[in-house]
Design a protein around this ligand. Sequence first.
Ligand code: 13P
Length: 271
Amino acid sequence: MADARRPLVAANWKMHKTREESRRFWDAFSARLTPESTDRVEVVLCPPYPSLPVLAEAGLEERGVFLGAQNVHDAPRGAFTGEVSVPMLQDVGCRFVIVGHSERRIHFGESDDMIARKVRAVLEGGMTPILCVGESLEQREAGRAEAVVIGQLEAALAGLDAAGVSRTVVAYEPVWAIGTGRSADPGDAGRTGALLRRYVAERYGEEAAARVRILYGGSVNPDNFGAFLAEPEVDGALVGTASLDPETFAALVEEAARREIRAGRGGGDIR
Ligand code: 13P
């Protein structure tokens, strides 16, 4: 039996916050963090690249918070102007990397193959990929949502073994719910989570399926987060807008921690 999955709440700041703004966020956010929360909930901050060392040096890991990047190149080095590699992210203290966000797919032409290479590179570097999948409104209205997310998952996991898949975090982010204030129905997110987990079970076995964490992303806020967490197949959230404000993001972490405490889970004995 796999251990209970530890909830994960990740902030994706996208292209927001200077170094000074990042520092101010950390001061206000860390003042609200308690060990009761960080023992139970994995908290990840994914700022823009220039703020990574700022947060690392502010000592976020000492407070039980982890650093993540929003993107990476799959090659370790080379003539790739504007890109950042896995060893560079390791060097600055990153533990997580968001891979295949819909904004990268849409605005920067990231293909399924490219995303699969990035997932492999991140895992080989000992970090955790947060792999994003999600359908557009057009795909949803055409009744293709399930086929699209499974297709993206299948392509991104290609070439991994069960151990690699177990360590991957999958974020279901329907494109139409991102930054729109219109979140998915929690039940729909839960059903999609179940679908993704079933795919992992069939392909990589029950153990991997029990371990892989599945997040929901898209207009998550303190008012709706509880309903997503109530879905057994949703293990947390990847948060954009609501992660930019330290009080709001702290409220999301607290919500996840409260749920664990009520369920009698946590306190360091879980993965
Ligand atoms: P919002 O929370 O602003 O909808 O963004 C979600 C997202 O894209 C996180 O990666």
